[in-house]
Design a protein. Sequence first.
Length: 76
Amino acid sequence: MAAKAFVLIETVVGRSKEVVSALKQLEGVKSVDTVTGPYDVIATIEGETLNDIGDLVTAKIHPIAGISRTVTCLAI
């Protein structure tokens, strides 16, 4: 069974659309939604293992310009 996580993302003011566009292009990102509240974007991601989830977040999501902070919530 694949590992699944929700990534709660805070963006720099005015950069949400660019962040959403960049996230949608990443392999392993299953859905991306702009939301209201303390976070600006929530991405649902999947990988074969928890290490794959970690690699996706640290190597592919964190470097996206316009992301100021993330919180990753693993689905159990």
